[in-house]
Design a protein around this ligand. Sequence first.
Ligand SMILES: C[S@@+](CC[C@H](N)C(=O)[O-])C[C@H]1O[C@@H](n2cnc3c(N)ncnc32)[C@H](O)[C@@H]1O
Length: 257
Amino acid sequence: MSWDPSLYLSFADLRLRPALDLLARIHLSAPARVADLGCGAGNVTAWLARRWPHAAITGVDNSAAMLASAQASLPRADWELADLATWQPAEQFDLVYSNAALHWLDGHQTLFPRLVRAVRPGGVLAIQMPNNFGSPSHLSAHAAALDGPWAERLRPLLRERPVLPPADYYDLLAPLGKSVDIWETEYMHILDGDNPVADWNKGALLVPLLGALDEPHKTGFEARYRELVAAAYTRRPDGKTLFPFRRLFIVLQTPDV
Ligand SMILES: C[S@@+](CC[C@H](N)C(=O)[O-])C[C@H]1O[C@@H](n2cnc3c(N)ncnc32)[C@H](O)[C@@H]1O
């Protein structure tokens, strides 16, 4: 999978808002150790560093390109190239934070309890994930993936339900925490451009699909996706495109023991 920091950051302002909404619900005054899982280009990590200037910050990601960009923007943090599917920190953190990353991993029933174990007593696990998988922008990716000579290559990469229903996270996490807060927010992004929803997803949702294809199928698949998305998200009379985007938030505080 090949992430492109500049493509992903082309909607950085709008992508930042849920990260800050999550940050606002973390009630820790002076965490000593903070981890940002799936830290990407480090722009959200920088907000963690700004909020807790004395904390030791570790960003974890399995994309070398994203980490190189992160390292350049925030040299004072530690950057760890690791796959979160197997990540086992040597020492616990006061805060384990993850914005828009864990939906890329399967097996949340085992992953999330493992992440709780990475948090010190009295600490916080804070997670935000897109929960927009029934929306036309995502369904169009599946439809385009199966509508062309690239279908056999892409079919195994399609993931129907990367995120569990909110109540499942409650059942999984409430027994492990002192308190758990779960909520969803649907943002109404107001976008400029000819086909901005396709541009948005080219930097995230489509990354593994485009990364699996060579030419001419790569261009063919993207063109089919752009066509479907343009039909699903039509421009308003003022030229703007509205992109509703639902996200799931979880903040768990671990027991003080
Ligand atoms: C959508 S970006 C989010 C980046 C950042 N958290 C932000 O909010 O801007 C998702 C990030 O998760 C990382 N990622 C996806 N799967 C991963 C895995 N299994 N292990 C570590 N990082 C992963 C990707 O490399 C990418 O940088």
